[in-house]
Design a protein around this ligand. Structure first.
Ligand SMILES: [Cu+2]
Length: 171
């Protein structure tokens, strides 16, 4: 009888505490998302040297880049602005220049490197990559284009590289 009474007293207390904890967690999560600064690398490059690539799509079936082919001069400093127009926070994108035919390898090798934007830092098939652009943000990547040749670009976010890809040509 004594134990039963104690249970009756404790149960409401426990559920009250649980409720408080839940609402605190939700608030914390929201604050973190709102206070995360855009993943932007400051750039002093002239606008004429900036190529804008747009990633978009709210569902996995819709994801795409707005370019199927990018042609640039070889060995030239360039800035690419990757604009993520998705409004869904579960749809980050990045821009990764890779050796032709290695999209699947680069994607698979990057899955476990979330902290590095889903790129294996030791991946020799990766020529250059941007940080992840979260939904509704733009990231900039400045680099010297590779020697004349045909390469590819992909988004290495898990599951995206099958649809988000194109030719990257320097000449
Ligand atoms: Cu993507």
């Amino acid at each position: 009888m004594k134990n039963y009474l104690l249970l009756l007293i404790w149960l409401p207390l426990i559920s009250a505490c649980g409720g408080d904890d839940n609402s605190t967690n939700e608030q914390t999560t929201e604050t973190v998302i709102e206070s995360t600064p855009p993943l932007t690398i400051a750039s002093s490059y002239a606008t004429k040297d900036t190529l804008t690539v747009i990633g978009s799509g709210i569902t996995m079936a819709e994801i795409s880049f707005n370019k199927a082919e990018i042609k640039l001069p070889a060995n030239q400093e360039i800035t690419i602005a990757l604009k993520n127009e998705s409004t869904d926070i579960s749809m980050p994108h990045n821009f990764v220049v890779i050796k032709t035919g290695t999209a699947n390898d680069v994607g698979q090798n990057g899955v476990q490197f979330k902290e590095n934007g889903f790129i294996n830092p030791a991946d020799k098939n990766v020529i250059v990559h941007s940080p992840l652009a979260q939904a509704n943000t733009t990231v900039y990547i400045s680099f010297k284009t590779p020697p004349a040749g045909e390469y590819e670009f992909i988004c290495s976010y898990p599951g995206h590289w099958g649809l988000m890809k194109g030719k990257f040509i320097t000449e």
